[in-house]
Design a protein. Structure first.
Length: 510
């Protein structure tokens, strides 16, 4: 178990996440040519952005999984890299992805620093208590001074930062990065902004830069692995993913310091990786990764035990065992059958709607993992079909996409038009694009009279009494649970005050 490192890469848009992902895969031998992650046609072997809208926009709007291995100090380390959406509108997908990892790498653009979207991602990490390694990218370009960036990171994360090196002259006359551990100065290959390539490698560091280094080493705490794994400190690395600069140091840090598989929360207490029987949970379902085959893959995070192909597991939502004959190890869109898998690994289970996000799987059906919620939507829209004869196809499409977490779907108690809920506007564009591309359903989104939704919890009698007076404002989600469709935040407060026996919840455990 100690040779698994399951981690996510998170960032705001354009920070260089896709490029860094590519260079990590390149260093692990998972791809052979730079550019394959974003290449087109036959050369596109390793795609983390596989949807049509992702390829058009150059952004990630869904999580993907990539597995590769490398040897460090004579031991082969298996890395399970989860690439997360780079847009704040998909924070819910990012949250679910972070339930399946043991650590995260936060990528920050040296010029842009901490953006509002970055802060939101940090908050998600704190909610999951995920240890973070910070990688400040594009340090060879015009950027903010190192001290300013570190103070921003410390403020955004509300934890200590520990620089593992220092960008000499960053924000002014960049000369390279000094490694605090070895004392060596490394420089990016190729042309760099005002790069002093004439200075010899062993030449003394200019006096003004030496003072800067002394301040950096004295002003920030030394790296403490225990504090990092507890989520109290983040080590900071500097580099340029585009020029493959600092990537080796980063992957070495993940191998050396990132935690191996951690215990996962469950109803009866935490389940540790040392438990002998197989347990795991579904954190993501993805339909139509291969549109020609209309496939549906459930992503399972292995929590304990050794999985073997053909093994029977019991999903908590089903109650009867299923045989997993064709488990998949992922390399973006490329796949291969997995004969075995250990705690920390991510495997894909092909299914036809049997498995859902939040399902726990185990050999004995005695485990229920927790912590995978739905979040209340911030935008609600009615769905109107261009062709009314495609109602059945629309229903299936909305169920599939809500299962993936692209949207949430609500079926009003009164009225025929279904309502979709999302966190951000971009999700609506993805919805319309995928309805047309994958389900051949043309639909329009119309304004809804509702502003947000809340799940109603409480005694059955109190729920029924509430429903009898508020039928026009009620809907059911795809599980059949009652949802209050509120016209404003004031509505929620008013109803809560009027019905103290009920809870109007902004989250719902899957």
């Amino acid at each position: 178990m100690s040779n698994r490192r399951t981690f996510a890469i998170i960032s705001h848009p354009d920070a260089g996440k896709t490029t860094l992902t590519e260079k990590l895969l390149l260093s692990g031998g998972a791809i052979h040519l730079a550019g394959e992650v974003k290449a087109r046609g036959q050369a596109r072997r390793a795609r983390s952005d596989w949807m049509k809208i992702e390829q058009q926009r150059g952004i990630s709007v869904t999580s993907s999984v990539m597995t590769f291995a490398r040897e460090f100090d004579g031991e082969e380390i298996t890395f399970n890299l989860l690439d997360t959406p780079g847009h704040e509108d998909f924070s819910e997908d990012t949250y679910r992805t972070l339930t399946a990892v043991d650590s995260a790498v936060m990528v920050i653009d040296a010029a842009k620093g901490i953006e509002p979207q970055t802060r939101k991602l940090f908050e998600v990490c704190r909610m999951r208590n995920v240890p973070i390694i910070t990688f400040i990218n594009k340090v060879d370009r015009e950027g903010r001074p190192g001290f300013e960036l570190l103070d921003e990171v410390a403020d955004a994360l509300a934890l200590d930062v520990s620089p593992q090196g220092w960008p000499l002259g960053m924000g002014g006359l960049f000369q390279g990065v000094l490694d605090f551990n070895t004392g060596a100065v490394s420089r990016p290959e190729g042309p760099s902004r005002e790069f002093l390539g004439t200075r010899e490698a062993d030449a003394p560091i200019p006096e003004e830069l030496a003072e800067e280094i002394e301040l950096a080493q004295g002003g920030y705490p030394e790296f403490d692995e225990e504090a990092y794994r507890a989520g109290d400190l983040t080590p900071v690395y500097w580099g340029s993913a585009l020029k493959n600069f600092g990537v080796e140091e980063l992957i070495g840090a993940i191998a050396a310091h990132a935690p191996p598989p951690r215990p996962q929360p469950a109803d009866g207490g935490e389940i540790g990786p040392e438990r002998p029987d197989v347990t795991g949970f579904i954190f993501k379902v993805q339909a139509n990764m291969d549109p020609q085959h209309r496939d549906r893959i459930a992503f399972m995070r292995m929590v304990s035990g050794t999985f073997r192909r053909g093994m029977k597991l019991v999903p908590s939502g089903l109650g009867k065992p299923i045989a997993v004959h064709s488990p998949i190890l992922f390399f973006a869109q490329d796949r291969e059958l997995a004969d075995t898998a250990e705690a920390g690994d991510i495997i894909g289970i092909p299914n036809h709607g049997t498995l859902r996000v939040g399902d726990s799987l185990s050999e004995r059906n005695d485990v229920r993992f927790t912590g995978l919620p739905n979040f209340a939507p911030e935008i609600l829209r009615r769905v109107a079909l261009v062709d009314p004869t495609k109602t059945k196809q629309l229903r299936k499409a909305l169920d599939d996409l809500s299962e993936e977490g692209v949207i949430q779907v609500f079926y009003p108690e009164i009225g025929a038009q279904w309502i979709v809920g999302v966190v951000g506007q971009l999700q609506l564009e993805v919805l319309v694009s995928r309805l047309e591309a994958e389900y051949k359903v043309a639909a329009m989104l119309e304004p809804s009279p509702f502003a947000t939704a809340r799940w109603i919890k409480g005694p059955a009698e109190a729920q029924e009494q509430f429903a009898s007076f508020n039928r026009a404002n009620l809907a059911r989600d795809r599980d059949g649970d009652m949802v209050f469709m509120a016209k404003s935040p004031w509505d929620i407060g008013y109803q809560q005050e009027k019905h103290p026996d009920l809870t109007f919840s902004a989250t719902k455990e899957r």
